[in-house]
Design a binder for this molecule. Sequence first.
Ligand SMILES: C[S@@+](CC[C@H](N)C(=O)[O-])C[C@H]1O[C@@H](n2cnc3c(N)ncnc32)[C@H](O)[C@@H]1O
Length: 361
Amino acid sequence: MASVSLHIHDVAFGGNGVGRLEGKAVFVPFTIDGEQVSARITKQKKQFAEAALEQVIAESPHRTKPECPYFGRCGGCSYQHISYEHQLELKHRQVEQALRRIGRFEEPPMQSMIPSPNHYGYRNRVTVHAENGVIGYYRREAHELIDVTLCPIAAPEVNEALAELRARKPRDGHYTLRAHPRPRVFEQTNDEVAAALAQLVARILPERQALLIDAYCGAGFFVKRLRDRFDRIVGIEWDRYAVAAARENASEIETYIEGDVDLELATHLAGADLSSTSVIIDPPATGIGPNARRALVERPPHTIIYVSCNPATMARDLSELRQQFILRSVTPLDMFPQTAEIECVAHLENATNATAGSSGF
Ligand SMILES: C[S@@+](CC[C@H](N)C(=O)[O-])C[C@H]1O[C@@H](n2cnc3c(N)ncnc32)[C@H](O)[C@@H]1O
């Protein structure tokens, strides 16, 4: 298709620059807001179009040199061509936009973004794939492997593990390489930002309460740091290996339920003194299940801390929870520099308990 000239006015969640042509949004990967580019339309849809970048005609001052030789081909990173400061600005804006557009919050109570101390070399685990002697990651938008000898966003220990894996010429399959030899269960990816995340959650939660329910608790990342502050803690998680890891060093006050949060949460809220109960919700990218959302509205605890890896599903869920809760703050954290992913912490307070203060409504 023909080349078009576009002014990029924004970068959407997911990493594509956004231009406009005859009133229709055009998404162009690897472009930056403020740039003038020429691009080739690759897909025409009713509401929008997609295009491939041909040339940057007027460059953004935020454009920078990617550190990775595979950038642009590899499906992992989307932002290595953007200065780190501007990556933070974009992600902060994307969260706010999701809350406005999807969640219908007029003035979302946004807090400053918590940056990652390491912009590269931060990933404590990666999963690579081996196929017919090629070992690496999948190409952008294609089921085809790129042979990768070094991943600049991975920690040095992970790259050492990659070199060892490559040296032993593994069989076809998927290999998770880790900086720390831990149980094979969900683990926060960036140690420094994970520490900041745990501190933030601890700071927001009430000082002393009867019950903490940690829904989607994994191996107990949050719970283990909070056990002095609650009389009783219930973790809910469906991965039995994660539950086994959480139970391994559990104190008397901790109970771990191996099950689906969507089925279990209502039961555990039903028996609780809700005025002295907090709930941490850290769901996968799909967000909270419909039954769990309903349970939180019908039996609202004092406080909810919603930890999200997807601003769009978080905005949808917060919009439903607004029936019973006041949104006190939303803090984005840069757990995944150079990639389009965003971590967020939202603090909700039961509207009936809440005293005067700011609200997002
Ligand atoms: C984003 S991780 C969070 C884990 C933990 N909070 C942490 O920080 O390590 C989401 C966790 O939810 C679990 N999970 C996903 N859907 C679930 C469901 N419907 N019921 C129970 N657990 C679920 C996954 O196994 C995973 O451990």
